[in-house]
Design a protein around this ligand. Sequence first.
Ligand code: SF4
Length: 222
Amino acid sequence: MSVAERARREQLLANAAATVDRCRRCEIGSTRRHSVYGEGDPCAGVMVIGEGPGETEDELGRPFVGRAGVLLDKMLLAIGLQREDVFICNTVKCRPTFDDGVRLRNRAPLPDEMENCRPYLDEQIEIIRPRVILCLGAPSAKSFLGPKFSITRQRGQWFEGPSGIPLMATFHPAYILRMTGGELNATKRLVWADLQALRAKLDAAPPPAPPADVVQPSLFEN
Ligand code: SF4
């Protein structure tokens, strides 16, 4: 990827992040502390998409920085990827919460929140043009594949994602962290198989074509 193309994408992502930060399309846009646009390599081959920011993410304005984030980093490292090598984001950019009378608690994003936020996610995918997309957890996968998607039956399978990009889902790290004993070991084996399939797909995928509006300079003029 050329330096100019990398800089172009960085600028586009920074502009989009500033727009997201001003967004109040949903109520959670006013209850969140920080928007969590996403972070990583603007030329990443892998885009990792989770459900929504939690409390720590909301506090720091960064995706996957709590315990689930530590596990995600380990999962990526297991297939030779640093966190900086991929782009990490969520289906919604503001923390979905409910008030239990004492404090704000995490909850799953509502369908209309995911719908409102979808243009920002589509724009990210369009700018980054990853070779593969990894959805973490059922809500993220369902936002692409529809409500009938089953994480237990269909994780690890390849689907055609936006713009024909291969897309796979695996278990969310937060879900893995809630497990113990034999159930944990069995889930780890499944996730490991998914990650290996992701690595193989990434290695086999051709590099993306340059965007239509970028003219490839000729190396040798006649
Ligand atoms: S969740 Fe997305 S659409 Fe809703 S307010 Fe936040 S940035 Fe805007």
